[in-house]
Design a protein around this ligand. Structure first.
Ligand code: MAN
Length: 357
């Protein structure tokens, strides 16, 4: 059952930020990580940029961007007929089947005032750097551990979809630790507290062998770099979560345990390249986080209104940031892979509508 939205505000749209690179244009600003920093909310937002149309370019050639380490963004002009262009996000080379993204993403720091007021968008992007980030850096999540903000983000390249780690104290200087979960694995979130002395992560491996559907797993680490003791956490059970399931924002501690919001999608319908992306919630045991105590009855957020139902990928609400304030939870989410929305919900109402398992 969708939860009541106390407030729902569209915070950012593509026109609000300039492209980081000459010859590119912003097509989406979405999937924001969020943290409370000294009383204000800081977002780390994904900005997707496409090569601008070039007058005089041959009509049968289409541009595919990538990042060349040490050089910056480059564009490969490919023959239109050699690729399947059905999915606006990911195109596939016919025959060889190799996938490329139509955009290149970087991350930007956005400072808010009073939860939903835009104060400043910092100029300096957090950009692709390594060979594992050739097709961009995407979908960050922030967890405060001690005095530091640990940022997990998706690094995409010809070597697959991986998750990398960077740590910052001020959102100006970022220490990079490289890939922490190998291909294909994304939607990695860290718990803000250790369990039994270990850091804990939720991750989402994707099996190419086809035995399982996408499922969320839990892993533990002494240092945030070396991960092991993997356990299955949850896979989609209903039609609305039958295609993909992955973490939303990092779990937040409530008196009953860890409240964890996740995203899930249904199977795409005829003529659609993506199903509907909605959000659900799980309540996990505080000391044994692989134990599910309760589950939302159906999705708690579904795409609503034109900002979420129309755009680059229509029908997507993709929560990636969460800040608790009193009895409210502010959820920061990507809308239609194009915009950032902030949604205020009531923490008690959410917990009360969950089913104990
Ligand atoms: C995937 C990722 C996300 C994106 C959704 C919806 O899960 O690429 O970045 O927001 O699909 O398109």
């Amino acid at each position: 059952m969708p939860i009541t939205r106390r407030r729902s505000v569209c915070l950012l749209r593509p026109g609000d930020v300039p492209a980081a690179h000459h010859g590119f244009e912003v097509v989406g600003i979405f999937n924001p990580a969020a943290a409370e920093v000294g009383g204000e909310v800081v977002l780390l937002v994904r900005v997707a940029e496409c090569p601008s149309p070039r007058p005089g370019a041959q009509p049968r050639l289409r541009p595919l961007p990538r990042f060349e380490p040490g050089q910056g963004p480059v564009i490969d002009w490919v023959e239109e007929q050699d690729y399947d262009w059905f999915d606006r996000r990911v195109v596939r080379r016919l025959g060889a089947g190799q996938a490329r993204l139509t955009f290149l993403s970087n991350l930007r720091v956005v400072r808010l005032q009073d939860w939903t007021g835009l104060r400043r968008i910092e100029d300096q992007p957090f950009e692709a750097e390594s060979i594992y980030e050739e097709y961009g850096v995407e979908d960050p999540r922030i967890t405060k551990i001690g005095d530091d903000y640990w940022v997990t983000y998706v690094a995409v390249s010809r070597y697959g979809v991986t998750t990398a780690l960077t740590v910052t104290r001020d959102f100006e200087h970022f220490e990079r630790y490289g890939v922490i979960f190998g291909p294909d694995n994304k939607d990695v979130v860290l718990f803000p507290e250790r369990a039994g002395g270990d850091l804990v992560a939720i991750h989402r491996p994707v099996s190419a062998a086809g035995f399982c559907r996408p499922e969320m797993w839990l892993a533990r680490s002494p240092d945030g770099i070396h991960w092991g003791r993997h356990e299955r956490l949850y896979g989609g059970e209903s039609a609305w979560e039958s295609d993909r399931v992955g973490a939303g924002p990092p779990p937040v501690l409530v008196p009953e345990g860890w409240l964890f919001v996740y995203h899930a999608s249904s199977r795409p319908g005829q003529g659609q390249f993506a199903g509907q992306y909605a959000a659900g919630a799980l309540l996990l045991d505080r000391d044994q986080p692989a134990r599910i105590l309760a589950k939302s009855q159906g999705p708690i957020l579904i795409p609503t209104g034109p900002d979420e139902t129309s755009g680059f990928t229509p029908g997507v609400i993709f929560p990636t940031g969460l800040v608790a304030r009193g009895d409210s939870l502010w959820i920061y989410a990507g809308a239609a892979d194009e915009r950032v929305v902030a949604i205020e919900i009531n923490q008690r109402e959410l917990l009360e509508q969950m089913e104990w398992v």
